[in-house]
Design a protein around this ligand. Structure first.
Ligand SMILES: [Ca+2]
Ligand SMILES: [Ca+2]
Ligand SMILES: [Ca+2]
Length: 128
């Protein structure tokens, strides 16, 4: 249950708000070539776009507070230190654009139930 929660929160942190996930908006937004599947690259491209939104004060890096603003609820925010540690690979307490781009994608990997590097809408729903 705990690992499920982490995966879910990470999926949200890497994508969009819970509401967007719930109604498939994130999925539709990430599926740039419209083949009904989200590839790892499509997911990373969509996540990269979140950086500018999350960097509320435009100082070029994300604090824990800024990352928290991308989380949908208190339960997800409880997992923030864990997620922040995954993003902040050099441990300097801030997440640069490069770190954000290269961060692991546990949410995507977990949603990709059959491991083919593509996530279908059914797999996204199965991961929640
Ligand atoms: Ca696609
Ligand atoms: Ca910032
Ligand atoms: Ca860092």
């Amino acid at each position: 249950m705990f690992t499920r929660s982490i995966a879910f929160a990470s999926l949200l942190a890497c994508g969009a708000s819970g509401a967007a996930l719930d109604n498939g908006q994130l999925f539709a937004a990430a599926d740039k070539n419209g083949d009904g599947l989200v590839s790892k690259q499509e997911f990373l491209d969509e996540r990269a776009k979140q950086y500018d939104t999350l960097d509320a004060n435009r100082d070029g890096w994300l604090s824990q507070g800024e990352l928290a603003s991308g989380l949908p609820n208190a339960r997800a925010r409880m997992l923030l230190p864990f997620m922040f540690g995954q993003f902040d690979t050099d441990g300097d307490g801030r997440v640069t654009r490069a770190e954000f781009a290269k961060a692991p994608t546990p949410g995507f990997d977990r949603a990709d139930a059959n491991g083919d590097g593509l996530v279908s809408q059914a797999e996204v729903q199965g991961a929640q």
